[in-house]
Design a protein around this ligand. Structure first.
Ligand SMILES: [Fe+2]
Ligand SMILES: [Fe+2]
Length: 192
């Protein structure tokens, strides 16, 4: 992707996302690029995936539910109860149909950036971890520790991020835990 295309995309996202989400998006893009450098992945592809990961975040839960229905996307039980989870799935759909990305690796990195999934590709792990550690994040549990580990052992960072997120939901909203996150955590604990 050339610089002109990259800045055009940034311009489009700036119009759609609120300010905080926009800067988070840039942070995930830069951080995904940095992790790609560390782990020997295509840097350009990683920054594009990071840039698009929250492209559907401006929609309300109700809008996401309706948009997924309208476009024939499958909605799981937990997603119908907590439709804001659908910003990942619908984001992948938008990345393909609105932003013209047909790279399946990028689309999956967007689709699974909230829950993770067992057997993630390197790009999926990069975006998953970058979403947690990017520079505008300030108050997440074990943030500085996870930031450091992300550049040493990405699978370990995936485990820690899932543990922190699940822990947090267990306290605040146990019903809102996506079973796919639990499945992902046990998978990575087993293979690590
Ligand atoms: Fe997200
Ligand atoms: Fe995000």
């Amino acid at each position: 992707m050339n610089e002109e295309k990259y800045s055009k995309l940034i311009g489009k996202l700036k119009k759609r996302l609120d300010e905080e989400r926009f800067y988070h998006t840039l942070g995930v893009s830069y951080t995904s690029a940095a992790l790609a450098m560390k782990y020997g992945f295509d840097v350009d592809k990683a920054r594009l995936a990071g840039l698009l990961h929250d492209c559907a975040k401006q929609y309300s839960a109700k809008e996401l539910f309706d948009l997924c229905k309208k476009n024939g996307l499958e909605i799981t039980k937990i997603e119908s109860e907590y439709p804001s989870l659908l910003h990942s799935k619908y984001g992948a759909f938008m990345a393909e149909h609105e932003f013209g990305t047909c790279d399946i690796e990028i689309l999956n990195a967007i689709k699974y950036h909230t829950t993770g999934r067992p057997g993630m590709s390197l790009l999926e792990k990069i975006v998953f971890v970058a979403d947690y550690i990017e520079p505008t994040r300030t108050v997440l549990p074990k943030l500085s520790e996870i930031r450091k580990i992300s550049f040493e052992d990405i699978d370990k960072a995936v485990i820690m991020e899932l543990e922190m997120t699940i822990e947090h939901l267990k306290r605040k909203n146990p019903d809102g835990i996506d079973p796919l996150s639990i499945e992902t955590l046990s998978y990575y604990k087993e293979v690590h």
